[in-house]
Design a binder for this molecule. Structure first.
Ligand code: ZN
Length: 131
């Protein structure tokens, strides 16, 4: 089953999409399987990270800005090359395990949509496979 979600983002930031992905798993009715979360954008990404400390979301962006600063010498026409680097570094998708009808996530893990070049209307897909 394939689920399609939209979200509106701010300039840069992480949006917790764990609830949406869990809802898709529940709606699929699949007890054991694989769940792929995919982002079809070149300046955004999907990651799994801590959902307990709210500071993590902001510091994640600050850390990415330090790791990938503006680089005028290699900028491209879109003026957002740092966002492309962040997107590829974090990755366009994550694969999760479904066990007992639920996502097999660690206690402190959440699934995040990462915006590196917003604000924009964005999309992500959730593909659920029995197995
Ligand atoms: Zn670009």
């Amino acid at each position: 089953m394939l689920f399609d979600f939209q979200l509106s983002t701010t300039e840069e930031g992480l949006t917790d999409i764990t609830g949406e992905v869990e809802a898709a798993v529940k709606e699929s009715g699949i007890n054991e399987g694989i769940c792929v979360v995919f982002c079809p954008h070149t300046t955004a990404a999907i990651t799994i990270n801590e959902n307990a400390d709210p500071d993590i979301k902001d510091k994640f962006i600050t850390g990415m800005d330090l790791a990938f600063p503006d680089m005028p010498e290699i900028e491209h026409s879109g003026d957002n090359f740092d966002a492309h680097l962040k997107s590829s570094s974090v990755g366009a998708s994550n694969t999760l395990i479904i066990k007992g009808g639920r996502l097999l996530l660690g206690r402190w893990q959440g699934i995040y949509f990462c915006e590196f070049d917003g604000p924009r209307t964005r999309q992500f897909y959730v593909k659920i496979i029995r197995g």
